[in-house]
Structure formats: structure tokens, C-alpha cells
Design a protein around this ligand. Structure first.
Ligand code: CP
Length: 394
């Protein structure tokens, strides 16, 4: 991927770039986790919960479906994906959008030598938004600059959404991860009643436990150096207060210096460890990741998943040593770092986490197309009617 024309802009500090990815205080492109501050995270959490609730009922689902029928999304995934592709597809369908896709550049005119940037201009000609997954760090960001340049010449431009770029960032994954954490750490249970609450039970054992992502210990394990989900999630969690992070990885796959500096600069307490065994009993949330062997594909290590060192495997015994309220997450795909026997551990959140991607990505699309306010007010109307109805009949 030749990014030479964008090199000067790509090399700037993130904080300098951020204004170029928003307009009138709203997101214009979604490229970095650092675009989200705490109020935005609270808003997206709320909006995602509302979308989830509206999608439960046929009538309110129809309301969502009628919001964006005139909009078309292009899903350009030149690197393998299951969850990001399917959850963006589902999110578009929830909002009534239509979808076009290219998942293999060898079946597009890139095979005939068309540059990826020309491809991107073509996508923007036929669609209203491009979601892209790419093996090249910086490519999604460069495409956002391309769109901004077109805008200056009054040419057609569309939002670019980074669905995972090389080993650097995966901001929409981080958004769904934080949403999962926000929901988990509300400590609500279907069994909660006026006489019993899950949170009160936990507090009997852990009197200092508080609700929400603040004052928590987050453990990250696996390929920390190349794990774009880890980079983006750690950046988002740094928005919360009194946060501690433990990173556990093989020595050559440790925390990148720039991320470490950035987290420390935001007041996060950062520790690095050699084995999960050292941290499992201390974390409130454990974020497992696989070793990303595909980045080594030009070497002998890159032929497929290698046996995982026992120091980075969450065995059922280790999972049982975690605090009773702690949660286990994983962006998936997994290899051997979480054996399937852990799936039934009540702390395991990774399947609900993946499903949350659908609600969060629908919320994000609604924000980008400025229909989020309509969703919130419709929800308020429907649920206040529901409430009035119940009150009247009781
Ligand atoms: N978490 C994630 O990005 O999964 P996919 O690679 O399957 O999209």
C-alpha cells in the first residue's frame, strides 16, 4: 500500500488530527479510539441500549427500519472478518440501509491495477458511507483525508469508518467492548427485586466495589503489540477515572512504547507481567486475545496458529480463581487461549460481547447520519406511553 502522498499528515500526533474527523461537534469519520471522550461513550452506551430495546418489538423495529432506507453502505473488507462484517451488515439492515460489499480485492478492478484510492473514490460514488477493514495501518486514515480533500473541491465525499486497520486501531470494536463493560458493571440481574440485588450480594464479598467502569482493574493478555483491539480499548478505557491496567504477553509482543506513554499521560496505572497466573485474581475484567500469527506470514511462524504458551492460556482453573463478579472478554476469533470449557463460566462475556456489536454499530451509523436524536425521542415517546398505559390500568 503506497501511502506516500499522505505521509506528512499520517505522521502528526493524533490530537492534532482529531478536528479533521469531526464536524460541528459530531463524528464525520471514525478512525481512532481517541475520537471518543467520556460524554460520547455515555451517549453511545445509552443509544445502543435504546436501539436494542426498540429492536425487540415489531412496531418499534419498523420505526428503526424506516430511518435510513435512502442510504447505501459500502463494506470494503480486504482482510478476513466475521464479526465486524456481519454486525455492520446487521446494523445497516436494522436501520433499513442497503449494502454493497467487496471482500476480496482480487475480484475487483484492483486486480487490473486500479489503485486502492481510486477504488475508494468509486465506492464513494455509489454509496453514502464506506466501512473498511484493511491489513494496512494508516489506510483508513488516508482515505478519510482523501474524502476531506474531495470536500474542499465540492466533490462527492462520504464518511469513512475504520473496521480494523493493520495492527494499529479497531475503534468500533473498542466502542462495543466499552458498551459491554458499561452494561456488565451495572451489575444488574434479571433476578433483582426489591428484596434482593446482585450488586448487594457482590458488595458483601467486595465492600469497595462500585458500579461502572471507573476504579477498575483491567487485564489484557496475548498479542499486546499487534492487537489493534487492545490498543483501541485501552485508549477508550483511559477516559474513566482511577483505572489500572495489567498487560500480559510474550516478551516480543509487549505493550508499544507510544501506547504506554499515552496511557500513563492520561493517569492510567500501567503494569506488565509475564503470566496470567500473576494477575487473574486481581482483575475486574480480563480481555484475552490471540497471538496474531498472520502478521508473521512471511516467516515460518506465520503458517497458522502456533501452540499457545501455558502462561497465556485462561484455563478453567484460572478462570475460577477470578473474583466472582469479574468478567472475561475476547474480541474473537480465538485460538487456544480460551478453551471452550470456559464458555460456561458465568464470567464469560465474549458471546454477548460479539452480539453487542450489532447494537453499537447501529447506534454509530445513526449518529453519522444524524438520526440518533429521532431514535432517542421515539424511544421516550413509546416508553412513556407504555408507562402511562400501565399506570392507567393499574
Ligand atoms: N473482533 C473482530 O474484529 O472480529 P472479526 O475479525 O471477525 O471481524
Amino acid at each position: 500500500m503506497d501511502l506516500t502522498a499522505y505521509e506528512r499528515r499520517l505522521d502528526r500526533p493524533t490530537r492534532v488530527k482529531l478536528p479533521e474527523f469531526q464536524t460541528n461537534g459530531r463524528l464525520k469519520h471514525v478512525i481512532f479510539a481517541d475520537q471518543f471522550d467520556r460524554p460520547m461513550l455515555e451517549n453511545f452506551n445509552n443509544l445502543s441500549n435504546i436501539v436494542r430495546e426498540l429492536a425487540r418489538d415489531r412496531e418499534t423495529q419498523l420505526f428503526l427500519h424506516n430511518l435510513l432506507p435512502q442510504k447505501r453502505a459500502m463494506l470494503y473488507f480486504s482482510q478476513a472478518s466475521t464479526r465486524t462484517f456481519l454486525s455492520f451488515t446487521a446494523a445497516c439492515q436494522l436501520l433499513g440501509m442497503s449494502i454493497a460489499e467487496i471482500r476480496d480485492p482480487s475480484v475487483s478492478s484492483e486486480y487490473k491495477g486500479e489503485s486502492p484510492f481510486d477504488s475508494m473514490r468509486m465506492f464513494s460514488s455509489y454509496s453514502d458511507l464506506v466501512v473498511m477493514r484493511t491489513p494496512s495501518a494508516g489506510f483508513a486514515e488516508a482515505c478519510a483525508y482523501l474524502m476531506n480533500d474531495l470536500d474542499k473541491f465540492n466533490e462527492r465525499t462520504v464518511p469513512i469508518v475504520n473496521g480494523g486497520s493493520g495492527a494499529d486501531e479497531h475503534p468500533t470494536q473498542a466502542l462495543l467492548d466499552v458498551h459491554t463493560i458499561q452494561r456488565s458493571f451495572e451489575f444488574k440481574s434479571e433476578r433483582d427485586s426489591s428484596r434482593w440485588a446482585q450488586f448487594d450480594e457482590y458488595r458483601k464479598m467486595y465492600p469497595d466495589l462500585t458500579r461502572g467502569p471507573d476504579s477498575k482493574v483491567y487485564g489484557f493478555c496475548g498479542d499486546i503489540r499487534r492487537g489493534r483491539t487492545v490498543h483501541s480499548l485501552a485508549s477508550l478505557l483511559a477516559n474513566f477515572s482511577d483505572v489500572t491496567m495489567y498487560f500480559v504477553s510474550p516478551p516480543d509482543l509487549g505493550l508499544p512504547v507510544a501506547l504506554r506513554e499515552s496511557l500513563l499521560g492520561k493517569g492510567v496505572k500501567v503494569f506488565e507481567h509475564d503470566t496470567l497466573n500473576d494477575i487473574v485474581q486481581n482483575v475486574d475484567l480480563l480481555y484475552m486475545t490471540r497471538i496474531q500469527w498472520e502478521h508473521d506470514k512471511d516467516t515460518a511462524k506465520g503458517s497458522g496458529p502456533a501452540p499457545v504458551n501455558a502462561d497465556f492460556i485462561l484455563t478453567p482453573e484460572l478462570a475460577d480463581r477470578m473474583k466472582s463478579y469479574a468478567r472475561i472478554m475476547h474480541p474473537f476469533p480465538r485460538n487456544a487461549e480460551i478453551p471452550p470449557e470456559v464458555d460456561h463460566n458465568p464470567r464469560a462475556m465474549y458471546f454477548p460481547q460479539a452480539r453487542n456489536g450489532m447494537w453499537v454499530r447501529a447506534a454509530l451509523l445513526a449518529h453519522l447520519f444524524d438520526v440518533d436524536g429521532l431514535i432517542v425521542s421515539h424511544h421516550r415517546d413509546v416508553f412513556s406511553e407504555y408507562h402511562n398505559y400501565n399506570t392507567a390500568s393499574s
